[in-house]
Design a protein around this ligand. Structure first.
Ligand SMILES: [Zn+2]
Length: 239
């Protein structure tokens, strides 16, 4: 992992919004991604409220302190964004990057009893035994609900399904968080499509899913490769 600078993290974070928009993961101008400041554990980068994800640049990324003060950049934070991301960064110092979306297939599974079945598709095995769930508690407009959502990811987990709401993933850097968000949605999409056939689904054995999960994690070069490719594609499409 290359040494992170303020500029590199903000550039990657801004690009991740445009890439997510390219995939249709955005919810209007809502939802939010954040990353911890490389030099301050109590500061994090967050998208300012207002721009469409497809137009976000590093100038739209504000630096926010845990007390809510915007310490760098122009713009305001959305209250639910601040509450959720502060809650998560405070609860999980290892979660350097936190993505929250209402991406459609993951959100569809958030309203099903079974959620993501990590023994149905190869993509889903990446999340085997690593996805939490949290009952819906209303909009995170206050510190208590923000802390409840932010603290919902247990040790060893990389994603949490927010029931009746959406999904949150964490990563050690932006490429890793993007890799997880992308494969979560692809796994959810395939599951929803398969379930829509009404046919009986084939579940792989537990030990096979566990092996596949270990393999996914050993592919340490994959997140950076995917993110670089996504950045090139997004730049081409933007012209
Ligand atoms: Zn949300």
């Amino acid at each position: 992992m290359a040494a992170e600078t303020v500029k590199s993290v903000k550039d990657d974070l801004a690009a991740s919004f445009r890439i997510a928009a390219m995939h249709g993961f955005n919810e209007g101008v809502d939802n939010h991604f954040s990353a911890v400041h490389p030099a301050r554990e109590d500061w994090f980068f967050l998208n300012r409220y207002g721009p469409h994800w497809s137009e976000i640049t590093a100038d739209d990324i504000i630096t926010v302190a845990f007390d809510g003060q915007v310490v760098e950049g122009e713009g305001e934070w959305d209250v639910t964004a601040f509450m959720i991301h502060r809650g998560c960064h405070r609860a999980h110092p290892g979660a350097r990057v936190v993505f929250h979306t209402h991406q459609p297939y993951a959100t569809a599974l958030s309203i099903t009893r079974g959620g993501l079945d990590t023994r149905l598709s190869q993509n889903a095995t990446h999340f085997h035994n690593r996805v939490g769930r949290l009952p819906y508690g209303g909009l995170a407009s206050g510190e208590e609900e923000g802390n409840r959502i932010g603290g919902a990811i247990s040790e060893g987990q990389i994603a949490v399904i927010l029931d009746n709401h959406g999904v949150m993933v964490i990563g050690r850097d932006v490429p890793e968080a993007w890799f997880r968000l992308y494969f979560f949605e692809r796994a959810a999409q395939v599951q929803v499509l398969a379930q829509s056939t009404g046919d009986e689904l084939i579940r792989m054995p537990e030990h096979v899913a566990a092996q596949a999960q270990v393999f996914f994690d050993s592919e340490t070069h994959a997140p950076a490769a995917l993110f670089a490719a996504e950045r090139r594609r997004e730049a081409r499409l933007r012209g």
